[in-house]
Design a protein around this ligand. Structure first.
Ligand SMILES: Cc1cc2nc3c(=O)[nH]c(=O)nc-3n(C[C@H](O)[C@H](O)[C@H](O)COP(=O)(O)OP(=O)(O)OC[C@H]3O[C@@H](n4cnc5c(N)ncnc54)[C@H](O)[C@@H]3O)c2cc1C
Length: 417
């Protein structure tokens, strides 16, 4: 078996692993980066619809940690040292121009996610990282509670410190198959059960097939169980062939999964969140007065999207060819109710194949938030999605990868010198 000793071996050449390896080498450490795909950053290519939403500038550190959610406080220190503006400057120095779009989302100006991979590759080469691609890490050799080497098919690589950056379980086709969780458990880390997050949801039946592509910029979404409202959010959503997607749905999906685990769950979509029921009903009633001789189907398109208008009479069992002046008060009120709470039964949250990130992961109680060093294995550092951290859509997950990667690279380099 070939053995070569490095200061640091980084396992996983995704966003956080590349950042960690580059930073450690920049600080003088002898670093090897091992990636099983034949090229680095495969998932990055897909990010932001191929444009890479690298971070988000809409919040300061306090609010950013809060936005990230339940475990966001863990990031306080790493975000303070390498937050959104540092990320933008970092890529600027590597000649990647960025542009801030709505809600503070930062994208590459070129619209090419590949620019980010190219820039990081330049960073790695310039810093002197030895890059190994197309080789899968199969396991670790331990001695006295410390890692001695990583095992690959044809060789072992030994190092003083190891950075585990193998990602979560989402989009396994990009390489993140959850191997890191397995090793972390083996090393006595607690792994909070990984669950799909930022994932579309499946709706029972085939009702959404006919609404496919219909999107709304601002709806209120209520998650209901046994007539109780369990969750409510506002935002954008889109109907898909199998169900619902779009930022508001994706951001609720992890919680929807938890609620679904407790029983039958439905979703109510309020398409007019700024109008009360009576106000909307009055508006519809006034419209009915002005269009009394029209057929119902020809008038409802005036106040709801065509695709919805095509199915509403059928859903409410009202004759679409009925003249408006023959529509009863009860029928009109049922139309209003549908617009204020379009109810659909949820079948499931889509699995890891469709989830943009993974919820759960290595327990943060066992990782130092300033250094990303494991509190269990002295020469192990962890970065990115393998940690029990996930944020909403909008550039927050890559920010987590950059901040934790940077912190791990710096501390591993310092403890190798
Ligand atoms: C479709 C999609 C779009 C997204 N868009 C955005 C966005 O615009 N903005 C945003 O903030 N976030 C986005 N995300 C989330 C973001 O991409 C991830 O949170 C981020 O990439 C996580 O980085 P990571 O380094 O932890 O893991 P990953 O990027 O998953 O990298 C892990 C790497 O480890 C390698 N690896 C795994 N096991 C081994 C092994 N045994 N040996 C060697 N190598 C191994 C994998 O091949 C992989 O390259 C998106 C995710 C998806 C799926």
């Amino acid at each position: 078996m070939n053995q070569k000793t490095f200061d640091i071996a980084v396992i996983g050449g995704g966003a956080s692993g590349m950042m960690a390896a580059g930073r450690a080498a920049e600080l003088g450490a002898k670093v090897v980066l091992i990636e099983k795909n034949i090229f680095l950053g495969k998932k990055l290519l897909m990010t932001g619809g191929g444009r890479c939403n690298i971070t988000n500038t809409s919040l300061d550190t306090d609010n950013l940690t809060e936005k990230i959610g339940r475990n966001g406080r863990f990031l306080f220190s790493s975000l303070r040292s390498f937050g959104p503006s540092e990320v933008i400057d970092f890529f600027k120095e590597l000649r990647v121009k960025t542009r801030v779009e709505e809600k503070g989302k930062v994208f590459t100006s070129s619209g090419r996610a590949s620019d980010i991979i190219d820039a990081l590759t330049i960073y790695l080469r310039r810093s002197g990282v030895e890059i190994i691609t197309g080789k899968e890490v199969l396991g670790f050799d331990m001695k006295d509670g410390m890692i001695e080497s990583v095992r690959m098919k044809d060789k072992n690589i030994s190092a003083k410190n190891f950075i585990l950056s193998t990602g979560g379980k989402s989009y396994p086709g990009t390489g993140s198959t959850g191997a890191g969780y397995f090793w972390a458990k083996d090393m006595r880390h607690t792994v909070v059960s990984p669950v799909p997050a930022l994932s579309p949801i499946k709706i029972k039946g085939n009702i959404t097939e006919r609404l496919q592509g219909l999107s709304f910029n601002d709806v209120s979404i209520r998650i209901m169980q046994d007539a109780n409202k369990k969750l409510e959010r506002r935002g954008e959503m889109i109907f898909t062939h199998f169900g619902l997607s779009g930022p508001a749905i994706l951001n609720m999906s992890k919680s929807i999964g938890e609620i679904l685990g407790k029983g039958k769950t439905s979703i109510e979509i309020d398409l007019h969140p700024d109008q009360g029921y009576d106000e909307l009903d009055k508006m519809i009633q006034d419209g009915f007065k002005d269009n009394s001789n029209k057929d119902l189907k020809n008038h409802i398109v005036d106040f709801m999207p065509d695709k919805l208008a095509a199915i509403v009479p059928g859903l409410l069992q009202i004759d679409p060819d009925k003249k408006i002046n023959l529509v009863t008060k009860d029928e009109r009120r049922r139309i209003t109710s549908l617009l204020k709470g379009f109810r659909l039964n949820i079948e499931s949250v889509m699995g890891f194949d469709a989830a943009m990130v993974t919820g759960g992961g290595v327990s943060l109680k066992e990782v130092d938030p300033r250094t990303m060093r494991s509190k269990i294995v002295g020469n192990l550092f962890l970065t990115g999605e393998i940690l029990d951290l996930d944020g909403p859509t909008g550039g927050y997950n890559l920010q987590i990868a950059w901040s934790t990667g940077r912190a791990a690279g710096e501390s591993a380099a310092n403890s190798s010198s």
